[in-house]
Write a protein that binds this ligand. Structure first.
Ligand SMILES: Nc1ncnc2c1ncn2[C@@H]1O[C@H](COP(=O)(O)OP(=O)(O)OP(=O)(O)O)[C@@H](O)[C@H]1O
Ligand SMILES: [Mg+2]
Length: 247
């Protein structure tokens, strides 16, 4: 199988604040990964590195068999090719959305890729329909509810059909129906590589066939959902289950 990502001893720090420590991992094409971990364990930071927004302080990342580093993304062609293949849906949609209307937000990616007008219009209509956001098309993304923003953000990334979809807490802030729709979308998205950061263990068997578990910036464990979810000690250790504190 082809490796989409290969990380070797990747560490990262925000200024002097260390956030990731010596992460070694591989993601194969077509795998659906759940990235699990408590608040502050490093999930969002790792997704930003996988999206080429941050670069390791030490260690290396290979993406699609090529080094993913600052030097590589300085070349417009390489950056374009990488952005075409990988999409990140941020934990906070306000970071993602910047266009005056929902319609423009969805048009942005295809315009960057130079699609012709009929293709762009057809793709936007399909996305508006798929995510039930057609009624929002003329609205300003910044004035939508949290869940509406999330759906627009996901549609704006998916419209260019990236091979690799990085999702940061895709269900947070969604009502139960939208959450169910999101899980069923992730469940049926078998054609692409998916990496979903979440602390919602209940959805893991539906959205993933493999898990990485983060603890305080380190990769604490990896394995199938069945193996990870049955390891009570690991989950307790990583603050992924609630248990009464001993007094
Ligand atoms: N912009 C930043 N500047 C400094 N430190 C940061 C910044 N963003 C995150 N951190 C720190 O990096 C570590 C990892 O944060 P990260 O956001 O990756 O965690 P997370 O697993 O996504 O958490 P959550 O479940 O709350 O989203 C934390 O200790 C956090 O305080
Ligand atoms: Mg996060």
């Amino acid at each position: 199988m082809n490796a989409v990502y290969e990380l070797r001893l990747v560490s990262y720090a925000y200024q002097s604040m260390p956030a990731l420590f010596e992460i070694d991992l591989r993601v194969q094409a077509g795998q659906r990964i759940a990235l699990l971990g408590a608040n502050g364990s490093g999930k969002s930071t790792l997704l930003r590195l996988l999206d080429g927004l941050f670069f390791p302080a030490s260690g290396s990342i290979m993406a699609f068999g090529q080094p993913l580093d600052q030097a590589a993304l300085e070349h417009d062609e390489a950056a374009y090719a990488f952005r075409r293949r990988v999409g990140l849906v941020f934990q906070n949609s306000d970071v993602q959305l910047f266009n005056p209307t929902v319609f423009d937000e969805l048009a942005f990616g295809p315009l960057q890729l130079g699609w012709d007008k009929p293709r762009i219009t057809a793709a936007i209509e399909a996305m508006l329909d798929r995510f039930g956001i057609g009624h929002l098309r003329h609205r300003s993304p910044h004035r939508l509810s949290g869940g509406e923003k999330k759906r627009v953000a996901l549609a704006s990334v998916l419209i260019i059909e990236p091979e690799v979809l990085l999702l940061d807490e895709p269900c947070s802030g969604l009502d139960p129906l939208s959450q169910g729709n999101m899980v069923s979308f992730l469940h049926t998205s078998r054609e692409r590589t998916l990496i979903t950061a979440t602390h919602d263990l209940a959805i893991v068997p539906d959205i993933a066939d493999y898990c990485f578990v983060m603890r305080q910036g380190r990769l604490a464990a990896q394995g199938t959902p069945a193996a990870i979810l049955s390891d009570r000690e690991l989950l307790r250790d990583c603050h992924l289950t609630w248990h009464q504190q001993e007094r």
